[in-house]
Every structure is written in C-alpha cells, then in structure tokens.
Design a protein around this ligand. Structure first.
Ligand code: 4NP
Length: 150
C-alpha cells in the first residue's frame, strides 16, 4: 500500500500546489501518493496561481496540470499525513475531524523545520514574486525532511 500525503492551504492555488509538486519530485510515485487541497472553495477546478507555476518552473518542476479541490472530511480516511501551511488551515482542517486519530494526522508543515514553534508558511497571494521564491525555499527544505521520515 502506498503512503498517502495531503498538502493543505486556504485556496489550493499558491502554497499547497507547490508543496505537492516539490514532494512528488522527491519521492517514488509507486510508493508515495501526494495530493493537495484547499480549505476554501473559491478555486475548485482551477490551475495553480501563475506565480506558483512560474516559481516551480524556475526550479525545474511542472505543476501546471494540477486542479484545485476543497478539503473534505473523507480526506482523513484517505490520507496518512495531512500537512497544513498555517495555523488557520490547521484550525479549519481539525474542525472537520471526527476522531482523535483524524486529528493526529494533521501537522503544520514547518514543524518539520521548527518543531513546536508554530511557524506558518506565509500566504504569498497578495504579494509579489519574491514571496513565492521564499515559500518555495521553505517548502523545499520541509519536504526534504518529510521524505526522510516517510
Ligand atoms: P493559498 O493562497 O492558500 O496559498 O492558495 C491563497 C489563494 C487565494 C486566496 C487566499 C489564499 N483567496 O482568498 O482567493
């Protein structure tokens, strides 16, 4: 059975599509399934933000075929690990949990780099390209840690 990992942010167009693409590039697809979702519904069916597509491309990854979807409570039974980008995503995801086991699957992704420090991946949506570069670098480091413990 494959290990299943879900990356979650608010819109599923900026941060979690990058996290999905980066982790996918580091794992064996026959062993690990990676997906992403947003807690919000606004961008369901949409491709990632052009700035996320751009920063991924600059780093050798093609994420342009991804399509936005909304997180739902069935994701708890589908996935082994649910990595959220910030504390607000954490609250929104955990609200839909139906058991303690569900809750234990949810973790801030930057806990991989700064355990217990409650650090958010900043939402780059309202900023410029530099924010997307920073987010990419953070997620790349965090995904490297994740790979080592999957
Ligand atoms: P994301 O960024 O959560 O990293 O995908 C956002 C994208 C869109 C919106 C908010 C955050 N929005 O409000 O539409």
């Amino acid at each position: 059975m494959k290990t299943k990992v879900l990356m979650v942010c608010l819109g599923n167009i900026c941060r979690s599509p990058l996290a999905e693409g980066i982790l996918k590039s580091k794992v064996d697809a026959s062993k690990v399934f990676v997906d992403s979702a947003g807690t919000g519904h606004w961008h369901v069916g949409n491709p990632p933000d052009p700035r996320s597509i751009g920063v991924a491309k600059k780093n050798g990854l093609n994420i342009s075929n991804q399509k936005g979807r909304q997180f739902n409570s069935q994701d708890f039974s589908m996935f082994d690990y649910i990595f959220v980008m910030d504390n607000s995503n954490y609250d929104n995801v955990v609200k839909l949990a139906q058991s303690e086991k569900d809750k234990t699957k949810v973790q801030l992704i930057l806990d991989e780099l700064f355990p217990g420090e409650n650090v958010d991946v900043p939402d780059p949506y309202y900023g410029g390209n530099q924010g997307f570069d920073q987010v990419y670098q953070m997620l790349d480091k965090a995904c490297e840690k994740i790979v080592n413990r999957l």
